[in-house]
Design a protein around this ligand. Structure first.
Ligand SMILES: [Mg+2]
Length: 227
């Protein structure tokens, strides 16, 4: 491997993210319990979220709007102002959540920084991702931060062009097979999957990945024995 740039996904790769969404979803279901079962509420919310991705993109702001929309729909337009307030405050709590780095992240970045150009490649809301990176204290490890609207092949190719490297010189590390691995392998780059214990339903894929440029590891520290 002739890797020059290592890109890290941010949410659930560098720091905890998905559990906060799940916790908010649970509170949302409790708030709306009089209208539908938890199962139906979860299903409706996911449906609205996915339908809204093209409009609002990934991140907390879009999630808040989707909770509002799902609440209006499920209640037949009868939710009151207190309920709207409650949904807004759920979102605010998420935005103010402290950053919890995942185990080993700092050691890995520290060890790799002298040998490679390190970048963050994440999707989500620009302001929120910048704020999280700042709060994480990891900013100085990274040469570049790319916030993508969608982690697909054209956007990865754009990133490579910006970094002025060839596909085989790029390695992506992340927790999502769908976003961090498959498109990266498709453009001829390398990918390492570090699973996180919770994956958003929209990011889940059923099949396994078999590619010589791909590795699956249990924890991020294992990266160090491979590079
Ligand atoms: Mg992630």
């Amino acid at each position: 491997m002739n890797i020059k740039v290592i890109a890290f996904d941010a949410d659930d790769t560098l720091w905890v993210n998905e559990p906060y969404f799940r916790a908010s979803e649970e509170k949302f279901c409790a708030l709306m319990a009089e209208y539908a079962s938890e199962r139906d509420l979860e299903r409706e919310l996911l449906k609205v979220e996915i339908a809204n991705l093209g409009l609002y993109g990934y991140g907390i702001k879009g999630f808040i709007l989707s909770m509002m929309e799902a609440a209006l729909h499920i209640s037949g337009g009868t939710i009151n102002a207190a309920c709207v307030q409650e949904i807004l405050s759920l979102g605010r709590q998420m935005l103010n959540q402290p950053i919890e780095l995942l185990d080993g992240v700092k050691d890995v970045l520290e060890a790799l920084k002298p040998k490679y150009r390190l970048v963050v490649a994440t999707k989500g809301d620009l302001l929120d991702q910048e704020r999280k990176l700042k709060k994480s204290g990891l900013t100085d490890y990274f040469h570049h931060v790319e916030v993508m609207s969608e982690k697909d092949e054209p956007n990865y190719l754009k990133l490579l062009k910006h970094l002025d490297i060839q596909p085989e010189e790029f390695l992506m590390i992340g927790n999502s097979l769908k976003s961090d691995v498959l498109p990266v392998l498709n453009i001829g780059s390398h990918a390492i999957h570090v699973p996180f214990h919770i994956t958003w339903a929209h990011e889940q894929i059923e099949h396994s990945v078999d590619n010589e440029r791909f590795r699956n590891i249990e924890g991020i520290r294992e990266v160090l024995s491979m590079l």
